[in-house]
Design a protein around this ligand. Structure first.
Ligand code: HEM
Length: 447
C-alpha cells in the first residue's frame, strides 16, 4: 500500500476549491438540459450539446482532475508542485473562466468569445503543465505512476491544442476543420487525458479504497504504451488517409480493456471495502464497457453520453467524495493539538451520505440514457432535473464535511498548535495514541 506523505499535502483549501466547484458545473449541465429539453440531446453539433459536453469535460471533470492532482502528486507520488498556492488559485480561475467563456461562446454562437475562452483555457492547461511536469520529471521512485500521470497531462495539452485549433477555425480564421478533428480531440480527451489519469491513479487508490489487488507493472505499462500507439498513429492515419477505423477500433479495445480490468479487480478483491465507491465504480466501468461499441450506432450521441456524462463521472464522483473527506481529516489534524482524536473520514462523510448521492447519480444517468435513446422533450427535461438534483446532492454532501469539521472544532475549545507543520511525516503510527490520530479511517471514541 502506498505511503502517504501527509506533511507534503497542500493546504486542504486549495484542492477543495476545485473539488467543490465541480458539482456546480454538473448542476448547471442539468439546468441546461432542463431548459433546452430534447434539443440538447438529439444533435451532437448543436450549440447546447457542445456547451453541455464542455460543462462536463472542463467544468465538472476538469475541476476534479486538476484538484485531485494538486493533492495526489505531493502526498502519494512525492512530486513537488511548482508555484505554490498562488499558482493553484490562478489555475482555478483560468480553468473556470475559460470553461465559462467556452460554454457562453457555444450557446451564443459568439465566435470571438470562443476565441478568448480558448486563449484562457490554453493558459489554464499550460499552467497545469508548468506546475506538475517539472516535479514529475524530477521526483524519484514510482516511475510507472509518474509516467502515466505525465502521459495524461501531455494528452490534455494535445486535447486543448486541438480544441483551440477548432475554435480558431470556427471563428472564421485559419484553424482546424471540425471533421475529423472533433472526434480526434474527443479521443485524446477521453482516452488520453481522462482514462490514462484514472488508470494511473486508480492503480494506487483501488487497493487503498476498494481493497483490490493492483494491476501488474507489465499489464499497466503495456496498456499505457498501447494507448500511445493507438492515439498517435491512429490520429495521423485518420487525417492523412481519412481512415477513422484504426483509431476507433484501437480506442474501443483499450477502453474495454480498462473497464474489464477494473471489474475483474473488484470481483477478485481480497479485502472488499468502500461499498458506495465500489458500486459507483462498477456502474461507471459497465458504462465504459458499452460506450465505445456504440460509436458505430447512430451519430455516436449515446456513446458520447455513456462515456462523458455517465461512465467517467461515476468513477470520478466516487473518488471525489473520498478525497474531500480526506481533506477534511487532514485539516482537522492540522488544526488540533497532538493527542486529540479527530473524527475519521467515515464520520466526516458517512457511507450513508455517499450511498444517497450515488443513488441520485445512477437515477439521473438512467434518465439521461433513456432521453438520448428515445428522444422526447419531457424525458430530456426530467433527466435535466435529475442531473441538477444529483449534482446538488453531491455538493451538499461535500459541504457537510466542512460543517462537521467546524462543529468538531467549535465543540472543543482548544488552541491550535503554534506552527502548522504536520506532526505525522507519513501515515505510520508513532505510538498508541498517535496510531489512532494518524489513521484517517479510525473512528474516535469520543466523536
Ligand atoms: C482547451 C480546451 C478545449 C477547447 C477549446 C475545446 C473546443 C472544442 C471545439 C471547438 C469543439 C468542436 C465544436 C463543434 O463541433 O462545433 C469541441 C468538441 C468536443 N470537445 Fe472540446 N474543447 C476543449 C477541451 C475538451 C476536453 C478536455 C474534452 C474531453 C475530455 C473535450 C471534449 C470534446 C468532445 C467530446 C467534442 C465533440 C462534441 C460533439 O461532437 O458532440 N473538449 N471542443
Amino acid at each position: 500500500m502506498a505511503r502517504l506523505a501527509l506533511d507534503r499535502a497542500p493546504a486542504p483549501a486549495l484542492p477543495r476549491r476545485f473539488l467543490l466547484s465541480a458539482p456546480l458545473w454538473g448542476a448547471l449541465t442539468g439546468v441546461l438540459l432542463l431548459a433546452g429539453g430534447e434539443a440538447a440531446v438529439v444533435d451532437r453539433w448543436s450549440p447546447m450539446t457542445l456547451a453541455a459536453v464542455h460543462m462536463l469535460t472542463l467544468g465538472m471533470l476538469g475541476n476534479v482532475m486538476f484538484g485531485a492532482l494538486l493533492q495526489f502528486l505531493p502526498v502519494v507520488a512525492g512530486v513537488r508542485i511548482t508555484g505554490g498556492p498562488r499558482a493553484a488559485h490562478l489555475l482555478h480561475a483560468l480553468l473556470n473562466l475559460g470553461a465559462a467563456g467556452l460554454v457562453a461562446g457555444f450557446l451564443g454562437r459568439w465566435w470571438d468569445g470562443l476565441l478568448m475562452a480558448a486563449a484562457v483555457l490554453a493558459l489554464a492547461f499550460g499552467c497545469l503543465a508548468v506546475m506538475t511536469l517539472p516535479g514529475l520529471w524530477r521526483a524519484a521512485g514510482q516511475a510507472l505512476l509518474r509516467t502515466g500521470i505525465a502521459m495524461a497531462i501531455l494528452a490534455a495539452l494535445v486535447t486543448a491544442a486541438l480544441g483551440i485549433g477548432m475554435t480558431v477555425g470556427l471563428s472564421g480564421r485559419a484553424g482546424l476543420p471540425l471533421q475529423p478533428w472533433a472526434d480526434i480531440h474527443a479521443g485524446w480527451g477521453v482516452l488520453g487525458w481522462m482514462l490514462v489519469l484514472i488508470a494511473s491513479v486508480g492503480r494506487v487508490t483501488m487497493p487503498m479504497f476498494q481493497g483490490t489487488a493492483s494491476t501488474s507493472v507489465r499489464s499497466q505499462s503495456t496498456w499505457l504504451l498501447a494507448v500511445l500507439m493507438v492515439l498517435l498513429p491512429g490520429s495521423i492515419h485518420w487525417v492523412v488517409d481519412g481512415e477513422p477505423g484504426a483509431l476507433r477500433l484501437g480506442a474501443a479495445l483499450l477502453v474495454t480493456a480498462f473497464a474489464l480490468a477494473g471489474l475483474w479487480l473488484q470481483w477478485s478483491a481480497p479485502r472488499k471495502r468502500g461499498r458506495p465507491l465500489v458500486r459507483s465504480w462498477r456502474a461507471g466501468l459497465l458504462a465504459l464497457l458499452v460506450a465505445p461499441w456504440l460509436l458505430g450506432v447512430g451519430d455516436g450521441m449515446l456513446a458520447g453520453i455513456l462515456a462523458i456524462a455517465v461512465g467517467v463521472p461515476l468513477l470520478v464522483i466516487g473518488m471525489q467524495m473520498e478525497i474531500v473527506a480526506f481533506l477534511g481529516w487532514i485539516g482537522l489534524q492540522r488544526a488540533c493539538p497532538r493527542g486529540v482524536l479527530v473524527p475519521s473520514v467515515q464520520q466526516l462523510l458517512p457511507d450513508a451520505d455517499k450511498g444517497r448521492v450515488l443513488a441520485w447519480h445512477v437515477a439521473a444517468c438512467a434518465l439521461l440514457i433513456a432521453a438520448v435513446a428515445w428522444p422526447h422533450d419531457g424525458l430530456a427535461r426530467l433527466a435535466g432535473l435529475a442531473l441538477l438534483l444529483a449534482y446538488g446532492a453531491l455538493w451538499c454532501a461535500l459541504r457537510r464535511v466542512g460543517r462537521r469539521s467546524d462543529d468538531f472544532l467549535s465543540s472543543r475549545p482548544f488552541h491550535p498548535p503554534a506552527s502548522a507543520p504536520d506532526r505525522h511525516s507519513a501515515a505510520e503510527p508513532a505510538n498508541q495514541d498517535d496510531r489512532h490520530a494518524a489513521d484517517p479511517t479510525h473512528a474516535t471514541n469520543d466523536a
